[in-house]
Ligand binder design. Structure first.
Ligand code: GLY
Length: 371
């Protein structure tokens, strides 16, 4: 039996690592068990920080997302200071163009008025972004949404965790919570057993492997192109350079500072079926090149896919569980990158100080079990 820490976090994606760092900074002894760091949804994401572009309606979820977006700059600064590395955090704003003028009203009416947003008409949006499709009739500009380079952030989190002396055990597939009454006694894995005072489930789309919990995979396929090329003909001209995320219907285009442009994403109920498909990539390319035709000539860099941790109501599952010493931090669906800092903060408060922020009650697992 490996007797470890005060807190054993199962899951080495962005949620598990962010929480581990928050706890360690509060002097809690913490260990992370990770099955496959590269497999986490963290790596597959586009890194958008987009509560407004994602059209999250006024709700505790929007409050949670806006709070997380608000603390992002300080959280990033802290991580970059610890490691001396960059995360590619970029509060670049998100432009949500529409093809149908009716969307001005439907989006505008549903938005939370505390959030900053501006409607651009056709002329304004064309002036704002030369090259955007002539089919676009206008769009919402969300100046406070933004992005982070999720892969860079994942690396920074891993480095920060290592520098802070957090024990991260990679390649450990936990197979079972061994329970006694309402307690977790220890966890079993293919390479031995692990015991701690308290446990956190942060295994995202794979959560059902350990608990009967309402989280299931929603596959997303993605690709990237290169905006700058040594061959001038293949580059975006300076007027076509993208400096904001474009968020269209079922298509988003995320320009990185290093010249890559990430294009996403499908949303498929196919379980854990791997691989990119011709239909998936066709959907992405036609959606993206319709929205922003200059993409047509850019060289493709990469295709990939990942599994979002979806829940029936598309909200995360946060807080206490049916077991006294097991806490849940999973099911972040489309917003795991955005919600990492607030999840770490609220769950650390719960574990360390037994303080349950009132927001947490809206994300309790019992919403699926009590009728
Ligand atoms: N957050 C964007 C997505 O899940 O595709």
């Amino acid at each position: 039996m490996n007797k470890v820490s005060d807190v054993l976090i199962i899951g080495g994606g962005i949620i598990g690592l962010s929480l581990a760092i928050e706890l360690k900074l509060r002097r809690v002894k913490v260990t992370v068990l990770s099955r496959n760091f590269q497999e986490a949804a963290t790596h597959a994401a586009a890194g958008m920080l987009a509560p407004q572009a994602e059209k999250i309606p006024p709700s505790p979820m929007l409050d949670l997302c806006l709070q997380s977006r608000a603390i992002y700059p300080d959280w990033i600064r802290k991580l970059e200071e610890i490691t001396g590395l960059e995360t590619g955090y970029w509060p670049c704003g998100i432009l949500a163009p529409v093809y149908d003028a009716g969307e001005q009203e439907s989006r505008g009416a549903g938005e939370n008025l505390i959030a900053n947003q501006v409607w651009l008409n056709q002329l304004e949006i064309q002036q704002h972004l030369p090259g955007i499709s002539s089919e676009v009739v206008g769009g919402w500009w969300y100046p406070d949404d933004g992005q982070v380079d999720n892969r860079a952030l994942a690396h920074v989190l891993l480095m920060a965790a290592q520098q802070l002396g957090i024990e991260i055990v990679e390649g450990v597939a936990v197979t079972e919570f061994v329970r006694e009454n309402q307690q977790i006694k220890y966890v079993k894995s293919l390479v031995g057993d692990w015991q701690a005072e308290r446990y956190v489930l942060a295994t995202g789309a794979w959560s059902q492997e350990l608990l009967p919990i309402a989280v299931y995979p929603k596959k997303g396929q993605m690709l990237s192109v290169r905006s700058r090329s040594v061959h001038l003909a293949e580059s975006l001209s300076s007027t076509q350079e993208l400096n904001h995320v474009l968020f269209g219907d079922e298509t988003y285009i995320v320009p990185r500072k290093d010249g890559r442009i990430v294009i996403g994403a499908t949303s498929e109920n196919v379980g854990f079926t791997p691989d990119n498909t011709a239909a998936g990539i066709q959907q992405l390319l036609s959606g993206a090149t319709r929205l922003y035709p200059p993409l047509k000539n850019l060289p493709i860099l990469e295709f990939w896919w990942g599994f979002r941790p979806a829940t029936p109501d598309e909200l995360p599952i946060l807080g206490t569980s049916a077991y006294e010493n097991l806490t849940l931090a999973t099911g972040h669906y489309r917003n795991g990158i955005l919600l990492a800092p607030i999840t770490a903060l609220l769950i650390a408060d719960l574990l360390e100080k037994q303080i349950a922020n009132s927001l947490l009650s809206h994300f309790h697992y019992t919403r699926f079990t009590e009728k």
